[in-house]
Design a protein around this ligand. Structure first.
Ligand code: APR
Length: 314
């Protein structure tokens, strides 16, 4: 029997991820959205691509959660996307309410599922989903680091004029502006990029990767990035469904790792059939730890705003 993946939110990110995962052919996909007929229409269109792309996997759309029952993995992309001039934090309370209600429905129908959160602001939404789900921490995680590193790797490969496949990057911390790149672990063909590029060039690439989401928003004008995000979702999905146990950066609840407690943040993890099977921890320099602490403080600020709002509104 094929695995079952539910994607909540049939917008740009959700639908593109659904297309990529359906085309892999080894998981059935259920696409959920609140807009009437939208997920049904997109799912049927993708299903009808099956004979051409060679996928026997089923894909269906729904406005409810009955069809999502007993999913192996639920990917939450529901929410409102960032518009020009809008920071990820502006999205906080609106998306918190959406992610909260979606997570409750998901948990009711798939009590044993893994949950991958994609909606922004990512680290805060992942933390909220973890709190609402009441699942063990390894079953709720967020997609951000694979996207941040993909952007960083793209720019490094362009600068060095080498294959993107040979560039590996290591990042910690919050998504986007808060990203903490560990340059000494970022390599091209195994060689640290600090041996290959001047510091100012590396700093410029780090900065561009941090603002990579904003760069796309400014170009698209209506909406935010979805091709690279959906590719990142698909890589994580594959590592889970095939139990590949890849080491990828993901947002997960930290309980003392990297000196951070009770907060969801991006760190390298081992991702397999059980979700986050291990947090990979390395010793940081004082400068790296200070950057990570700053990143944690800005995620904590958002979590505090959410907790305050919840306390005020019951
Ligand atoms: N339940 C289900 N779907 C919902 C809900 C809800 N409660 N609220 C909103 N949605 C749906 C919308 O109807 C829309 O189809 O979520 C979808 C979001 O799609 P887009 O607006 O196209 O946004 P997208 O670009 O896909 O980004 C989604 O991912 O990368 C992040 O920052 C991004 O938070 C944003 C999310």
């Amino acid at each position: 029997m094929r695995k079952k993946v539910t994607i909540v939110g049939a917008g740009n990110v959700g639908a593109t991820a659904a297309q990529r995962i359906h085309e892999l052919g080894y998981a059935d996909v259920v696409l959920v959205d609140i807009v009437e007929d939208l997920p049904q229409g997109k799912a049927l269109d993708m299903l009808e691509s099956g004979p051409v792309v060679g996928s026997d996997a089923l894909i269906t759309g729904s406005n409810g959660y009955e069809e999502t029952a007993d999913s192996d993995l639920v990917i939450i992309t529901a929410g409102i996307a960032r518009r020009p001039g809008m920071s990820r934090d502006d999205l906080l309370l609106t998306n918190m309410r959406i992610i909260g209600s979606v997570t409750s429905e998901v948990v009711k129908h798939s009590p044993n599922t893994l949950i991958m959160v994609v909606s922004n602001p990512l680290d805060a939404m992942c933390h909220h989903a973890y709190e609402v789900a009441g699942f063990p921490k390894h079953r709720v995680f967020g997609m951000a680091g694979v996207l941040d590193t993909a952007r960083f790797r793209t720019f490094i490969a362009q600068e060095l004029d080498v294959s993107v496949e040979d560039v590996q990057a290591y990042v910690l911390g919050g998504h986007g502006d808060d990203m903490v790149p560990l340059v000494r672990y970022t390599t091209a063909g195994g060689i640290p990029i600090s041996d290959l590029l001047p510091k100012e060039t590396v700093d410029g690439l780090v900065q561009r990767a941090r603002q990579g989401g904003g760069e796309i928003v400014a170009l698209l004008k209506a909406g935010s990035a979805y091709y690279a995000p959906s590719a990142a979702i698909t890589q994580m999905t594959e590592s889970i469904l095939l139990d590949k146990k890849r080491i990828l950066p993901a947002c997960t609840l930290l309980e003392g790792e990297y000196g951070i407690n009770s907060l969801s943040m991006g760190v390298p993890v081992k991702l397999g059939a059980n979700g986050v099977e291990q947090v990979i921890e390395i010793k940081l320099t004082d400068e790296e730890q200070a950057m990570l602490d700053r990143s944690a403080a800005s995620v904590q600020e958002l979590v505090d705003v959410m907790h305050k709002n919840q306390a005020e509104n019951g």
